[in-house]
Design a protein. Sequence first.
Length: 84
Amino acid sequence: ACDAPVIIQASRGARAYAHDIMLSKMMDALAEIYPDIPLCVHQDHGNNEATCLTAIRHGFTSVMMDGSLLADGKTPASYDYNVE
């Protein structure tokens, strides 16, 4: 083992089929088994605030909010939408 830091990334879709509780328990197990190895769990392309907040509540240490589309998931968002 090289004891390198670990980054696990999950999209909203991955979280939907793997379930947040399962991912949270896996993170806990990794931290217990390898206490000396830094672990980062990243929510990639969270499409809204709720997606990012639930990721944080389930132990994700990093989130990326993707504001490229409006709530309908089809319409490109404006600069002003992202600043709000």
